[in-house]
Design a protein. Structure first.
Length: 105
């Protein structure tokens, strides 16, 4: 590799620090938005539509889009809760019978 120009001194390189600060702020803003998306306690599709201000799609979006990871997991949890309630009620019945039998079973 052949250098066409002589090596410049650092003091001779002009840097627009205001522009660098602006670019840094923009990068941190984008990073912050990604963090918000990752920890958003609701539909991720809704978050993205709100971010891009897509009012048309937002108005037709149900509470549970059934397509993002949050909504899919929420649906699974709802199904598990129903199963848990059934299991707990059966467990409660068994305990009630044991109590009525005065622990003589």
């Amino acid at each position: 590799m052949t250098l066409v120009q002589e090596k410049r001194k650092h003091s001779g390189i002009l840097i627009d620090w205001n522009r660098q600060d602006l670019l840094k702020k923009e990068a941190y803003f984008k990073l912050d938005q990604i963090k918000k998306l990752l920890f958003y306690p609701s539909c991720r599709r809704r978050f993205i539509l709100e971010y891009f201000q897509d009012e048309e799609d937002l108005s037709s979006l149900p509470d549970n889009c059934r397509t993002c990871d949050y909504c899919i997991e929420k649906k699974k949890l709802e199904n598990r809760e129903v199963e848990s309630i059934v299991n707990l009620s059966v467990f409660g019945l068994v305990l009630e019978v044991i109590k009525k039998l005065d622990n003589k079973f």
